[in-house]
Write a protein that binds this ligand. Structure first.
Ligand code: TNX
Length: 555
């Protein structure tokens, strides 16, 4: 009896003392998951670690790594031992790619610049206890990282998110908080939708009324714009615009995280903010008011008046000075031609330019192309390229322009087939203003349809709905620069609600932007959401819980 007991004890001890070293620790389900992970034996104790950052790194990378280092030393709550996390610049590594090699005593991180280092740090942080996202010391947390080699790079070079701050405003602090979450998700473009029918929110020094008048509306629609005619009677927008100083602050903040800010000045439609401020910009001369309802306005910028082109150029001149981005988004969506059809100046312009209807488009469509082309030309002279919504395809695409597809993939594909770049923002999969549950009664009012996390995660930018045109060739696929999700705000009045609509769907967006389809794995992603939920909790973000609630109901 005694012998058996001793034998069992020895066996148990043997198993326990051998197995941790024999079997590599499982790799955590981080989001977005790295393209390539090779596990090896052993662990690295991060609680003992010191970060080593060589002097030769550029200043943004050094600042970034040093703030990671500060966070790690305060949260792990142990003094540094012998373990090292060493950052190295390696020019042979592609832009935005990085590698991490974890051995029991040393982690080596390599990248060629800031973005690679940002993503490497994010990967390391996700491998650590969630406490690293907070500031409280957590000396008792499990700081062991599995030994492995990670080679990672994004599937797409453009990984964007849009916030519409025109319908409802986000403060600078709220925008920064959003950028913090983009950083965690390895995204690199913040598309800032700054102007619309319901408010103009960027200071333009030459035209102060754009913000002092154009940011304010008398009232706001209550309920859904398809059915409601009722207004709340409450003025909205006083002081809700960004000074140029604040814009710079956001641009710099984003840049420190490897995020480019692309501003959108929506033209020549969606301009009631501007028309209310300067009525001579319209075809009829007004009076106009900043809209309190949602939908599409018939009143748009008059494309017949030469001075209106000056106005746009002056606005864009100031915009160029504020945003270092190579791209400026000039909108171009949903611009009804109703006014232009009867406006003597627009018609004179059409004549002057010799524009005519053809079997595909009307002369007015070509007039819009003229507006877009002139702005594209103006911006090209300042070293900038334009992005415009897919309506740019109606007529002639400005040279070198990038098309942002929003209704269907096929519009992005059409642009690619014409040799233009495209960004995919297909609403059925990527508009985060959609419902998160089929039980709409118990959800806050949303724009439409149903878009659960699973559906976002399953998005495929190459699926073609246009049988005649057929799928993209490999060469044409190179024109698809990337993917963007949009948070349109008609029904999202405050930041708490914005967070509810954004998270955790943003996790799925990140995964389709970053990960090659053959490397995707739903079960792993789903476990990753559990890890991410802790991050949301720790950092004080609101989020929707449908993924978790629905599973509980099934249990
Ligand atoms: C369409 S996307 C719009 C926006 C709305 C959105 C609502 C695009 C170019 N225009 O103005 O906010 O739908 O989902």
């Amino acid at each position: 009896m005694m012998n058996t007991l001793i034998l069992t004890l020895i066996t148990v001890l043997a198993v326990f003392s051998c197995s941790p070293a024999a079997e590599p620790l499982p790799f955590p389900e981080i989001i977005p998951f790295p393209q390539h992970v090779e596990s090896s034996r052993g662990t690295f104790d991060a609680s003992e670690a010191e970060v080593v950052c060589p002097d030769e790194l550029d200043s943004l990378s050094k600042a970034y790594i040093s703030s990671f280092s500060d966070r790690l030393s305060s949260v792990k709550g142990h003094s540094a031992g012998k373990n090292r996390i060493v950052f190295k610049t390696d020019p042979s590594i592609k832009d935005e790619a990085y590698s991490i090699k974890i051995t029991p005593r040393k982690i080596t991180v390599r990248a060629s610049g800031l973005n690679g280092f940002v993503y490497a740090v994010q990967t390391l942080k996700q491998m650590m206890p969630a406490d690293i996202y907070g500031t409280a010391p957590a000396p008792d947390a499990d700081w062991l990282l599995p030994c492995c080699t990670i080679d990672d790079c994004p599937r797409f070079g453009y990984r964007g998110m849009l916030i519409d701050v025109a319908r409802y405003f986000s403060s600078v602090e709220e925008v920064k908080k959003f950028l913090d979450m983009m950083e965690i998700h390895k995204m690199n473009v913040f598309h800032w939708h700054l102007t619309d029918d319901q408010g103009w929110r960027i200071e333009i020094k030459k035209y102060p009324e754009l913000t002092t008048t154009g940011s304010k509306r008398r009232h706001t629609l209550v309920g859904h714009h398809h059915v409601s005619n009722e207004y709340d009677g409450i003025p909205y927008g006083e002081g809700m615009w960004y000074s140029q100083e604040e814009i710079r602050e956001v641009v710099d903040y984003a840049a420190s995280k490897g995020i480019t800010v692309i501003p959108e000045i929506d033209l020549p439609g969606h301009m009631m903010g501007a028309l209310a401020a300067y009525p001579h910009l319209g075809c009829t001369g007004g009076p106009y008011e900043v809209l309190g309802k949602w939908g599409i306005s018939d009143d748009v910028l008059c494309a017949g008046k030469e001075e209106n082109y000056r106005f746009l150029e002056n606005v864009l001149e100031e915009v160029c000075a504020l945003f270092p981005s190579e791209y400026i988004h000039i909108g171009g969506d949903e611009c009804p031609k109703t006014r232009w059809e009867t406006c003597p100046r627009c018609q004179a312009k059409i004549k002057e330019l010799g524009l005519e209807d053809d079997d595909k488009h009307t002369a007015e469509h070509y007039l819009q192309s003229h507006v877009m082309k002139r702005m594209a030309q103006f911006l090209a002279e300042r070293g900038k390229k334009i992005i415009g919504w897919e309506e740019m395809l109606q007529g002639e695409l400005p040279q070198g322009s990038t098309v942002m597809a929003w209704r269907r993939n096929k519009y992005g594909h059409r642009a690619a087939k014409l040799g233009h770049d495209a960004i995919m923002s297909t609403r059925t999969y990527l508009y985060l203003d959609r419902y998160q549950s089929e039980d709409k009664e118990n959800e806050p009012l949303a724009h439409s349809s149903y878009l659960p996390v699973e559906m976002v995660w399953a998005y495929d930018p190459y699926v073609s709905e246009d049988e005649k045109a057929g799928p993209l060739t490999e060469e044409q696929k190179k024109h698809i620069l990337g993917i963007q999700a949009n948070v349109w705000r008609e029904y999202i009045p405050d930041n708490n609600h914005l967070e509810y609509m954004t998270y955790p769907r943003m996790d799925a967006v990140a995964e389709v932007q970053w990960l090659l389809p053959e490397n995707k794995d739903w079960d792993r992603f789903r476990k990753g959401l559990d890890r991410m939920r802790k991050v949301y909790d720790l950092m004080g973000y609101n989020y929707a819980t449908h993924v978790w609630d629905e599973e509980q109901e099934l249990d």
